[in-house]
Design a protein. Structure first.
Length: 305
């Protein structure tokens, strides 16, 4: 009986692959594929890092070109886009399937896709939503965004799913990086708020450990706002189901936030950029909205030549 849907660890899915880059993330990826039975050829600019994987069963190539020649599926996990171009410049890419796990920008993903395709390769760009210790552990929640060649993704889906869950986000090669950076940007905004909140209580007789669950609970309760924002952006109606309108937030709430920061001896610098945008939106006559309109102030169309 033929298994038409092999699991990532089944013999039918053990595709041989090449991995360029064996830093912390590359090593974690390599070990996950090796543990699942995939033949893996590795290369790293600092050879000792690649040699360490030989004990796990990897074949170590002397050059990037040699590693690329070893297998059709080529995974790249290097420092940046420039290092990808440098590593692959002397490699024969015709007929190869290149999957770029190197962190980059949407523009770099699109340019690298065109570069690879001009050399006869199919191409996927990716954005890893995980840190190395999460790789290879299904329960960790790790996943990777992929965009670019749909045919390449479908053919190698099972192999790509071995180290982390996979999420294909479109044929545009820039979309994986865009999703990655958009989520990370939201994360850093949250970190900014967390930092300001802890700074407010820092000099008081309030234990950070006691305050932490209160902050976590509040942030979790507010997280549902992402769906409300998406709904408003889709409908174009920023006044729909508004609970705290912009006028109230700017005219009353902002004053309290800023005065409290001053009283506690805490810098306003993490709050001011967003509060200033809210005031600009209010001054433009949108007091009955919530904060969704701030997005339109940020998403300024690029200047035309």
């Amino acid at each position: 009986m033929t298994d038409n849907n092999p699991s990532p660890a089944s013999p039918a899915a053990r595709t041989p692959l090449t991995l360029l880059g064996t830093g912390a993330m590359g090593t974690a990826l390599a070990r996950a594929w090796l543990a699942a039975g995939h033949p893996v050829t590795v290369w790293n600019r600092t050879a000792a890092r690649a040699e360490a994987l030989a004990a796990d069963g990897a074949t170590v190539a002397a050059s990037a070109a040699e590693a690329v020649a070893a297998n059709r599926l080529v995974i790249v996990c290097l420092l940046d886009d420039a290092s990808v171009g440098e590593a692959l410049q002397d490699a024969g890419l015709s007929g190869r399937d290149v999957v770029n796990l190197t962190t980059g920008t949407p523009g770099e993903g699109r340019s690298r896709a065109a570069w690879a395709q001009a050399r006869g390769a199919r191409f996927l760009d990716a954005g890893i939503m995980a840190v190395p210790p999460m790789i290879g552990h299904r329960e960790s929640g790790a996943y990777v965004f992929y965009s670019g060649s749909a045919d390449l993704f479908e053919e190698h889906r099972a192999t790509l799913a071995v180290p982390a869950d996979v999420r294909y986000v479109g044929a545009d090669p820039g979309f994986a990086a865009l999703h990655d950076v958009a989520l990370l940007s939201g994360m850093y905004g949250m970190f900014a708020g967390i930092s300001h909140a802890f700074a407010l209580i820092r000099r008081e007789d309030i234990a950070p450990g006691d305050f932490a669950p209160l902050l976590e609970g509040w942030l979790n309760a507010m997280a549902g706002a992402v769906h409300e924002t998406a709904d408003k952006l889709t409908s174009g109606d920023y006044t729909k189901n508004v609970v705290s309108n912009l006028a109230m937030q700017v005219q009353a709430g902002q004053r309290t936030l800023l005065r409290t920061a001053d009283e506690q001896g805490v810098s306003r610098e993490l709050l001011l950029p967003f509060l200033d945008l809210m005031k600009r939106r209010l001054d433009a006559g949108h007091g009955d909205e919530d904060t969704t309109g701030v997005i339109d102030l940020l998403a300024v169309p690029p200047a035309t030549a």
